[in-house]
Write a protein that binds this ligand. Structure first.
Ligand code: MG
Length: 360
């Protein structure tokens, strides 16, 4: 074997074992089913890349992007508790409203490419962290700081493009106050074992105004002021949020692309993130004629469908009433009374349906 020349056999074996045993070492593109230059290898999907923004006009998102804000409405957004957001749209631009709290997407995302454009006030007001502060929260927990960091001194791990409290940006690529700035973020969610242990931390890459500011860094845990908290297990997909830090920040042209996870393509069904305050109402035992048949449980903020009191299938919400599972080809539709209490569920599986009532 020519390529082993100069390399001791034990080293070659060790490297081979590492490459194949540790998926993190192997590029996601490496696919041994295809020879080099094989014309039969499936071609990537064709995407119209859209156009870049100018200071005057927002660009066009790529054709496969999910548009979260294009200047017209906030239908993709709600408050943390699921209410109508009270941020303002002024001249096709979204503006934070002090005291109205953060806004978050209805749709849930895991690994993603996120594009956000923002502008801080001109003339600037305040100093340090009080000048043009907002933030982009991945999965509602991991903040890429938004701040007017143009000739504005503050701590390095809190300036624009910082993973807040964890990583300063590689450079300060801020434009002057009032100018539109872009974030292009590539995010890979954290992974957890069933019992809640972290098995793979989240990773993030950020480009601000086209300049690399975070280079695939490993997020240490949820980001906070004065506090580094450990990871806590959460669902595989969660909402994106924008922060209200009581400074008037403008946003425009927000879009996201879901990314496949390690060659496994994301489920094509859209998934929403139900506010935590609403999750408990689904939990309980469901049955018919007084006999329990299904159980719905909640663990680490995730609902599970337990059809046979043995196997628990994570439930993904398509809406507030219809859920699907990632492993079992079943849809679960919940019934509500007029007060918003869950009264029963119907399981649709294998062409049949099973209607049950909530027993507790
Ligand atoms: Mg912030």
């Amino acid at each position: 074997m020519e390529h082993q020349k100069g390399m001791p056999i034990y080293l070659f074996i060790a490297i081979t074992i590492i490459l194949f045993a540790v998926p993190g070492f192997v590029s996601a593109q490496l696919d041994l089913r295809w020879g080099i230059h094989d014309m039969n290898r499936p071609k990537p999907a064709v995407v119209d890349p859209g156009t870049a923004s100018t200071q005057e006009l927002p660009g066009q998102p790529p054709s496969d992007a999910i548009v979260l804000f294009n200047g017209t409405d906030l239908s993709q957004w709600c408050t943390i508790t699921g209410d109508k957001p009270e941020w303002k749209i002024i001249g096709n631009v979204l503006q934070t409203v002090a005291g109205k709290g953060p806004i978050r997407t209805w749709q849930a995302f895991g690994d993603c490419q996120l594009h956000v454009e923002w502008a801080t006030p001109n003339p600037p007001h305040g100093t340090g962290q009080g000048r043009g502060n907002s933030g982009v929260f991945l999965m509602g927990r991991y903040e890429v700081q938004v701040l007017d960091s143009y000739k504005n001194d503050t701590y390095a791990d809190g300036q624009a493009s910082a993973v807040y409290g964890e990583y300063p940006p590689l450079v300060n690529a801020c434009r002057a106050p009032g100018q539109w700035q872009t974030y292009d973020i590539i995010f890979h969610r954290p992974h957890f074992s069933e019992d809640g242990k972290l098995t793979r931390p989240a990773r993030i890459t950020v480009l601000q105004n086209g300049v690399l500011t975070q280079d695939n860094v490993e997020i240490l845990g949820p980001t906070n002021w004065q506090n580094r908290e450990p990871y806590e297990k959460h669902p595989d997909k969660l909402f994106l949020a924008l922060q209200d830090h009581h400074n008037p920040i403008r946003y425009r042209n927000i879009w996201v692309r879901e990314l496949p996870e390690r060659g496994v393509f994301a489920a094509s069904r859209k998934q929403i993130a139900i506010p935590d305050t609403l999750l408990d109402r689904y939990v309980g035992t469901y049955g018919s004629n007084g006999k329990p048949q299904f159980y719905v449980s909640k663990e680490f903020g995730q609902l599970y469908f337990v059809p046979n009191f043995a196997t628990a299938f994570p439930l993904n919400a398509e809406s507030l009433t219809r859920f699907f599972t990632s492993k079992l080809a079943a849809d679960i539709v919940f019934d509500f009374d007029k007060n918003g209490n869950v009264t029963g569920l119907t399981e649709y599986m294998g062409g049949g349906k099973k209607v049950t009532k909530k027993m507790n």
